[in-house]
Design a protein around this ligand. Structure first.
Ligand code: ADP
Ligand code: ASP
Ligand code: MG
Length: 407
């Protein structure tokens, strides 16, 4: 019998009525002959509220305890979901991440999945139950509760789908698919019917909040088709699948804005071998995810500014680590700028089309937007701009690459 995984995000389980609606959807799939695993997020804004509560109690709560607190949100929704299915006359059982063998590393608040034991889930599916799993959480080999980072329930869902061999992982959310950009910022955004894992991975990593980027890594690695769709309607959404030939015809599939960004620049570092290695070893040791690396050399090659971009939260921690580093490495000054944002264009068509960067820079120049830093990869061009220019830059590029609805 084929298995499907259905993941419901926070807004899709925000009230008792919405929980019933999600339950009905799972039951419908079950009655159509599928084995159904549901992955659910915390109700509505629960995670934000729990975080705010933690900040009220302590300005800098231990990450282990944050995880302990935040995972309670998902525990509320899985139990309520199981109750809703029982109330409708069907069998269901709920599990925490730890209970279904979702083993992670010990990087609290941004743990990575190491292994999943699908046997328990399969046993209950074979007994005819709908299995409900708490999203976003796992457990370390020695039993500490962890979370996978904000939005991590997508990753729970896709990783589970891979582990139990599901035919598809459905992501039910408050939009009816993946759009060319965030429709809340650009109302002219268009729904995309199909997108490759590589494009979606880049969009998600570069700010498209609709999917947790790590979920796409799992999808690609294990070839799990992912269907992003609305929790409120039966309309077909967006299929995230392996690349096909025709996909390259479209040069830019989507544009993104990453607001939660800061640059940390270490000024006046001696331009000698080993400096970057020392700096980035310390940064990596503290699990800080570095986005772009920025370096320029001056004083006739004697000194360099070495920097990187990262999340605004991590930038604060990074600045502290870099200040410590001044004991070992002669750094003249540390500059943190958290009033920046990154705007990117993404598309596998860039591999075969030329002049894309020129078109992008020209559009930004006509909109009088100053570019602070540029980075590129095979299917992405990104610019760092002042935060105040970011939304205009996004809209400008959306229009320039013909993505506006109706074109
Ligand atoms: P959930 O709680 O279901 O996980 P999220 O809030 O994480 O939902 O993701 C859905 C939201 O993602 C949408 O409401 C939308 O504003 C935002 N979003 C950002 N970029 C995109 C995009 N490219 N396509 C669709 N939605 C996007
Ligand atoms: N509840 C968690 C969050 O708000 C995980 C998720 O929704 O995916 O980030
Ligand atoms: Mg989400």
């Amino acid at each position: 019998m084929s298995i499907i995984v259905q993941k419901f995000g926070g807004t899709s389980v925000a009230t008792a009525e919405k929980i019933h609606r999600a339950a009905r959807r799972a039951i419908k799939a079950k009655l159509a002959g599928k084995q159904v695993v549901m992955v659910v997020s915390a109700m509505g804004h629960t995670t934000d509220e729990l975080l705010a509560l933690a900040k009220e109690v302590s300005p800098n709560p231990p990450k282990r305890e944050l995880d302990m607190l935040l995972t309670t949100g998902e525990q509320v929704s899985i139990s309520l979901m199981a109750m809703a299915i029982h109330a409708a006359g069907h069998e269901a059982i709920s599990f925490t991440g730890g209970q279904v063998g979702m083993v992670t590393d010990a990087a609290h608040t941004k743990a990575r999945i190491r292994s999943i034991d699908g046997s328990r889930i399969r046993r209950h599916l074979d007994e005819g139950k709908i299995v409900i799993v708490a999203g976003f959480q796992g457990v370390t080999p020695d039993g500490a509760i962890t979370t996978l980072g904000r939005g991590g329930s997508d990753t729970t869902a896709v990783a589970l789908a891979a582990a139990i061999g599901a035919e598809v992982c459905e992501i039910y959310t408050d939009v009816d698919g993946v759009y060319t950009t965030d429709p809340r910022i650009v109302p002219q955004a268009r729904k995309v019917t199909q997108i490759s894992y590589d494009e979606m991975l880049e969009l998600a990593s570069l700010g498209a909040g609709v999917m947790h980027s790590r979920s796409i890594e799992f999808g690609k690695k294990y070839n799990v088709p992912i269907h992003v769709r609305s929790a409120l309607t039966d309309t077909e959404g967006t299929m995230i699948v392996a690349e096909t030939k025709g996909m390259e015809d479209i040069v830019v599939r989507g544009v993104t804005l990453k607001r939660d960004l800061a640059t940390v620049v270490l000024q006046g570092v001696p331009n000698q071998p080993g400096m970057a290695s020392k700096i980035f070893a310390q940064i990596a040791k503290h699990n800080i995810v570095v986005d772009d690396i920025i370096q320029n050399i001056y004083s006739q090659g004697a000194e360099a500014n070495i920097g990187f971009s990262t999340t605004t939260d991590d930038a604060k921690e990074a600045a502290v680590i870099c200040r410590e580093l001044t004991k070992e490495v002669p750094i003249k000054a540390i500059e943190v700028d958290d009033k920046v944002a990154k705007v990117s264009i993404v598309g596998i068509g860039m591999k075969t089309h030329t002049g894309v960067a020129a078109k992008m820079f020209n559009a930004l120049s006509e909109a009088k937007i100053n570019i602070k830093h540029i980075s590129t990869s095979e299917i992405v061009i990104s610019v760092i701009v002042d935060l105040k220019d970011a939304e205009i830059a996004l809209r400008t590029l959306h229009t320039a690459f013909g993505l506006d609805n109706g074109e």
